[in-house]
Design a protein around this ligand. Structure first.
Ligand code: PLP
Length: 240
């Protein structure tokens, strides 16, 4: 079974790699400007182990209940774990133990809580601000994320927080609002937000955007990181 699964994952990874390379070429970008993060949610630790053997170095999860035991089983592997789901403050203590990067920061309370845990565990946590392009000022998106106009204040808070490193921005293409069905426009808007952020925080140059269905649009817009689940691991058995 392991050999069959390994071959499947290897084929899928090769196909995704071809897509990323083609999208970089079409955009006039170097292949090494884009990092693949494989979203392993709902799939077992055995798959994570195979992916690491196949050369994957970045994996992402969106639920702490699933991610914590999986990361513990895979603690010997040379992987960076990205947390990409909506994060409750009562899960921060657990997430801060295994995550190298939290991509879903969308409110000040989370900054305070993450900073406290990072200091306590003496780890530095990379932080991305999740932007909800469907959220009005003062609101949050359906899939998490903060309204664009709250990015500067969150950026200041992260940059000033002990144990946290402000690395950039992240988005999930919205299903509703003016950007629904317009992935390229959504990712271009995220790039504008990234440009504004870099004016005051030049090192915060990560732009995490694009999933299995729209990674080409994200790369065309300028994404530095794509988060790919289904195209590598297969269609998830349940919503995750
Ligand atoms: C599940 C998920 C992905 C990957 O989605 P696919 O369509 O399976 O590639 C990317 N980003 C986030 C935040 C996710 O929750």
């Amino acid at each position: 079974m392991t050999d069959v699964r390994r071959a499947q994952l290897s084929d899928n990874l090769a196909r995704v790699e071809d897509r990323i390379a083609a999208a970089c070429a079409a955009a006039g970008r170097a292949r090494d400007e884009v990092t693949l993060i494989v979203v392993t949610k709902t799939y077992p630790a055995s798959d994570v182990r195979l992916l690491a053997e196949l050369g994957v170095r970045h994996v992402a999860e969106n639920r702490d209940q699933d991610a914590a035991p999986k990361a513990a089983e895979c603690a010997d592997l040379p992987l960076t774990w990205h947390f990409v789901g909506q994060l409750q403050t009562n899960k921060v203590r657990s997430v801060a133990r295994y995550a190298g990067m939290v991509q879903s920061i969308d409110r000040l309370r989370l900054v305070t809580a993450l900073s406290k845990e990072a200091v306590r565990t003496e780890r530095e946590l990379g932080c991305l601000i999740q932007v909800a392009l469907d959220a009005e000022s003062g609101q949050q998106g359906d899939r998490g994320g903060t309204a664009p106009d709250a990015v500067p204040a969150l950026a200041e808070a992260i940059a000033g927080a002990q144990g946290l490193r402000l690395d950039g921005v992240m988005t999930v293409a919205p299903l509703s609002g003016p950007y629904a069905g317009r992935q390229l426009a959504a990712f271009e808007r995220l790039m504008e937000i990234s440009t504004d952020l870099r004016a005051t925080h030049p090192a915060a140059n990560m732009v995490s955007a694009g999933m299995s269905a729209d990674l080409e649009d994200a790369i065309r817009a300028g994404a530095t990181h794509v988060r790919v689940g289904t195209a590598v691991l297969g269609v998830r058995p349940r919503l995750g």
